[in-house]
Every structure is written in structure tokens, then in C-alpha cells.
Ligand binder design. Structure first.
Ligand SMILES: Nc1ncnc2c1ncn2[C@@H]1O[C@H](COP(=O)(O)OP(=O)(O)OP(=O)(O)O)[C@@H](O)[C@H]1O
Ligand SMILES: [Mg+2]
Length: 259
């Protein structure tokens, strides 16, 4: 089952620069939550704080809380490596490991976690993850071929299989379809729709139709001015966001009259 995330008074810094200010947000389990908003308003930055990837950047830090099922991910005794086991990430460009086969790509996260598994358990896991990512039938006869030999949409589904193979509770996706053609995009959207039965999903997208199609809740991030920190301007269920938003800036943005 997916886990819930509660963000309380989160301020996100790159060194001294306050990039995103005072985010308060409740992400429901087993739902898809979309982040939308203009470039530079902090969507990716917020997303990366949800699995402590933000801190990989030197000087980057946060103030405030991110609670995963009530447990603060930023508490002193929490190991960020463990957090990233519970919270998986899929990136904008499909990034299968270039020297690895399809099979080894799926197992890469598990191997990184230093979990020793038998050949037959590994076979089962590869099949389970690839079925979950809706890719099994397309690749089952060529698991030892290179992952980069797949189409863009297949590669992105391979990366999703790699992410789910470590059994996360939450899947974060930063514009996962922006490098894909429309057919592959729909395949990944169908998959996201199925995955929410198992996971909590947060997706950043610039594609309004995509947010409207797949998200249960949508957060609109905004910037007061260039150089100012981004903030969460408006958060609501997706139908309200796109049909009847109770926020003027959000209304201008979703109707394409922004800027
Ligand atoms: N590694 C970094 N170091 C310093 N500042 C950064 C870094 N990454 C992002 N920023 C700054 O943080 C702010 C938010 O950027 P972020 O990438 O989160 O925006 P975004 O909403 O994802 O934009 P886009 O839609 O273009 O992807 C911007 O002012 C950006 O310049
Ligand atoms: Mg971004």
C-alpha cells in the first residue's frame, strides 16, 4: 500500500538562496498528485525533498518537516539511503544504465541496496517488476539485451520497473513523459493509473491535459517575481483545478493566459 506524505512549513534552500518558501501539503496515499506551474517555481526542488535527494547537492538543505506516515524524514536518526528505498524516483529522461541488460537494469536498485538474492528470486523479481511496469510481454524474450536498445517509452517503463523493484511506498516522477511520443506517453499514463493501487504517486508535469487525465489532486506552484522564492499557490482536487479554480493565478495559468 502507498503511504501518505505530510509536508509542514517546508523551506528549501540552495546554500543561502531560499528557493521554495513555506510549503504545506498533504499527499494522499494511493492517489496521484500532480505539481504544475511555471518554470523555476520549484516543482522539481519540492519533489526532490520528498526522498531527500535534494541534499545530494552541496549546500542544499531544508527547514521544516516531511512526514512519511507520520515519521519525519528529516529527523536526526533517519538514514537518507533508507528513505530512498521507501520513496522511488523516476526522472525526466529515461536513464537506463547503458552497459546493463534489461534484466540487470531492473535489478540495479536491489543490487545497490546490497541485498543478496538467489538467481530464481531475481528471475521472479524481474518478471514481477516488468509486469508491474507493463513491459514484460514486450521484453520477456530479450532480457539479456541492452536496456538502451529499447524505444524511449519502453526505456521509461524500464526505469519505472527499476524503481518498483525495490518495493517503494511512494513513486516520485519528474516530467516522466516529456521525452516521449504521444503513444508512449499514453502507455506510461495507463501504467501510472494502475500503479496508484499500490503506491502513492507524485508527478511533475508541464502538460495540463496530462495532469487533468491522471491526477486526483493538483498543486499549482508559482513565483511572485524572478529571484523570489517559489511557493505552493493553490492545492485542490484536479477537477476543481481545471474546471472551477478558486484562485485567480491558477485560473490564468490553467486557461493558458499566464504571464
Ligand atoms: N542545483 C541548484 N543549485 C542552485 N539553485 C537551483 C538548483 N536547482 C534549482 N535551483 C533554483 O531553484 C529554483 C527552483 O528550481 P526548480 O528546478 O525546482 O524549478 P521547476 O519548477 O522544476 O522548473 P522547471 O519547470 O523549469 O523544471 C530556481 O530558482 C532554480 O534556479
Ligand atoms: Mg523541474
Amino acid at each position: 500500500m502507498g503511504q501518505r506524505i505530510d509536508v509542514n512549513h517546508l523551506n528549501i534552500y540552495y546554500g543561502d538562496f531560499l528557493a521554495v518558501e513555506d510549503v504545506n501539503l498533504n499527499i494522499e496515499p494511493n492517489k496521484v498528485t500532480a505539481f504544475i506551474g511555471p518554470s523555476g517555481c520549484g516543482k522539481s526542488t519540492v519533489l526532490r525533498t520528498l526522498d531527500r535527494m535534494h541534499e545530494i547537492i552541496p549546500g542544499a538543505h531544508v527547514k521544516g518537516e516531511v512526514l512519511l506516515e507520520g515519521r519525519n524524514l528529516y529527523a536526526k536518526d533517519v538514514d537518507p539511503v533508507e528513505v530512498r528505498r521507501d520513496v522511488g524516483m523516476v526522472f525526466q529522461r529515461p536513464n537506463p544504465f547503458p552497459t546493463m541488460s534489461i534484466r540487470e537494469n531492473v535489478l540495479a536498485g536491489v543490487r545497490l541496496n546490497n541485498r543478496k538474492i538467489s538467481k530464481s528470486d531475481a528471475d521472479d523479481l524481474v518478471e514481477w517488476a516488468l509486469r508491474g511496469a507493463n513491459l514484460w510481454n514486450e521484453v520477456k524474450d530479450r532480457l539479456d539485451n541492452p536496456g538502451i536498445g529499447l524505444s524511449g517509452g519502453q526505456q521509461q517503463r524500464l526505469c519505472i520497473a527499476r524503481a518498483v523493484a525495490v518495493h517503494p511506498q511512494v513513486l516520485l516522477m519528474d516530467e516522466p513523459c516529456s521525452a516521449l511520443d504521444p503513444i508512449s506517453t499514453l502507455a506510461v499514463e495507463d501504467l501510472i493509473n494502475e500503479l496508484k493501487n499500490e503506491y502513492t504517486i507524485v508527478i511533475v508535469t508541464h502538460n495540463m491535459q496530462q495532469a487533468a487525465r491522471i491526477a486526483d489532486y493538483t498543486g499549482f506552484f508559482n513565483l511572485k517575481a524572478v529571484g523570489q522564492p517559489g511557493h505552493l499557490e493553490y492545492f485542490t482536487d484536479t477537477a476543481t483545478m481545471f474546471n472551477n479554480p478558486q484562485n485567480e493565478e491558477a485560473e490564468r495559468y490553467v486557461s493558458g493566459r499566464f504571464g
